[in-house]
Design a protein around this ligand. Structure first.
Ligand code: AKB
Length: 323
C-alpha cells in the first residue's frame, strides 16, 4: 500500500496531481502539503509544511508512513529572477532535504520513492533547439534553470551513490485551466485564453515566433504518475527525462483561438521574459521516455484549445500579468 506525500500542493501542478493521486490511491493515502495554512484546492488531508524544515518533513513522513514523496515546491523562471537567492535556497535545499531523508530511510530499510520536477529551463543558449536530445549541452542562464540542472545532477548522484529511487521529468510549459501558473516564462499560453474569454486583446510578452515546448495538464499528470509507477529497473535516466507534449508559438496559438473568437486580437510587446525564452528549446526528443516507460503524448493543439475554451468560463485575476 502506497502512502503519498505531495509537497507544494497549492501550486499549478500540485493541486491537480493530488486530485489524480487521490482518485487512484484513495483519500486516506494522499497527504497534501504546502507552506500556507490551508489547502487552496480542498485537499482532504492537508499539512502546513515548509520543505526547508527538514525535521518537520521527516516527522510527517514517519507519522503517516509515507512511501512516495513528490517535492514540487519551487520558484519558477520569472519569480526566480526577482529573488535569485530565495529561488536557489528553496529549489536546492528543498530537494536536498528530501533526498537526504530518502537516503536515511533507504539505509534503515524503509525505502522512499521521490519525484522532483526538472524543466526545459535546465537547457541554455548552446543547447540544440530543435528536437533537443536527452543528452545535450546544458548551460542555463536563469537561477531557476541553474537550480534545475544542479538538481538533476543531485538526483543522479543520490541514485548512483545511495540507491535513492528518485525520478524526474523536464517539464515543458504546462497549460491548465483549474489552477493558475506561478511566475513562469511560459505563462502567456494560459493568460491568452483568459484574455480571449474576457473579450480583450492580449498583449503578449513574447514575440510571435517564439516556439516553446508545452504540455497540457492531463498529459503532464499522466506522465508524472506513469513515470512514478514504472518498474525501477526500467528507469535508465536518473537525472530527468525529456517529455514532449506539443510545440507552438504565440502566433500559432492566437490563430487557433481565433477559430473560437474570430474577433480575438493579439499584440506583441516582448519584455525581459523574451530573453529567457530565447535560451530554451523549441521542441524535445523524448525517445528515452518512450522506450523506458512507454510515454506518448495524447493531446495536440486543437484538443487543448477546445478544452481550455470549454473550461475557462469566469475571468481570473492576476493571469494577465503573470510575472
Ligand atoms: C517556467 O516558465 O518557468 C516554467 C517552466 C518551463 O519550467 N513553466
Amino acid at each position: 500500500m502506497e502512502r503519498i506525500l505531495v509537497i507544494g500542493t497549492n501550486g499549478q501542478i500540485g493541486s491537480e496531481l493530488v486530485e489524480a493521486l487521490t482518485e487512484k490511491y484513495g483519500v486516506d493515502n494522499v497527504i497534501a502539503a504546502d507552506i500556507g495554512p490551508h489547502s487552496l484546492y480542498g485537499a482532504e488531508c492537508y499539512e502546513t509544511l515548509d520543505v526547508l524544515d527538514s525535521n518537520r518533513v521527516a516527522q510527517i513522513i514517519d507519522g503517516y508512513g509515507v512511501t512516495q514523496v513528490y517535492q514540487l515546491a519551487a520558484l519558477l523562471s520569472v519569480t526566480g529572477e526577482q529573488a535569485p537567492l530565495k529561488a536557489w535556497t528553496l529549489n536546492m535545499n528543498g530537494l536536498l532535504n528530501i533526498l537526504e531523508i530518502a537516503r536515511e530511510r533507504g539505509q534503515a530499510g524503509k525505502p522512499l520513492r521521490v519525484f522532483w520536477p526538472s524543466s526545459i529551463a535546465a537547457f541554455g543558449p548552446h543547447t540544440p533547439t530543435v528536437d533537443t536530445p536527452q543528452l545535450a549541452v546544458m548551460d542555463p542562464t536563469t537561477i531557476y534553470g541553474i537550480s534545475k540542472q544542479a538538481g538533476e545532477r543531485l538526483c543522479e548522484y543520490y541514485f548512483n551513490k545511495f540507491d535513492v529511487d528518485v525520478r524526474s521529468i523536464r517539464y515543458p510549459g504546462i497549460i491548465s485551466h483549474k489552477s493558475p501558473p506561478g511566475g513562469g516564462t511560459t505563462d502567456y499560453a494560459i493568460a491568452i485564453f483568459h484574455a480571449a474569454q474576457r473579450g480583450e486583446r492580449y498583449d503578449c510578452y513574447l514575440g510571435p515566433e517564439t516556439t516553446l515546448p508545452m504540455i497540457y495538464m492531463p498529459d503532464a499528470i499522466r506522465a508524472t504518475i506513469e513515470l512514478m509507477e514504472a518498474p525501477a529497473d526500467q528507469i535508465r535516466i536518473r537525472s530527468a527525462y525529456n517529455v514532449a507534449g506539443l510545440s507552438f508559438n504565440p502566433r500559432e496559438l492566437a490563430q487557433a483561438i481565433k477559430q473560437y473568437f474570430p474577433q480575438f486580437e493579439i499584440s506583441y510587446q516582448p519584455d525581459q521574459r523574451q530573453a529567457i525564452a530565447d535560451t530554451w528549446p523549441h521542441s524535445l526528443d523524448d525517445t528515452y521516455a518512450r522506450a523506458d516507460w512507454g510515454w506518448h503524448a495524447g493531446i495536440g493543439l486543437q484538443q487543448l484549445v477546445e478544452d481550455m475554451m470549454a473550461n475557462i468560463k469566469a475571468p481570473q485575476c492576476g493571469l494577465h500579468h503573470a510575472a
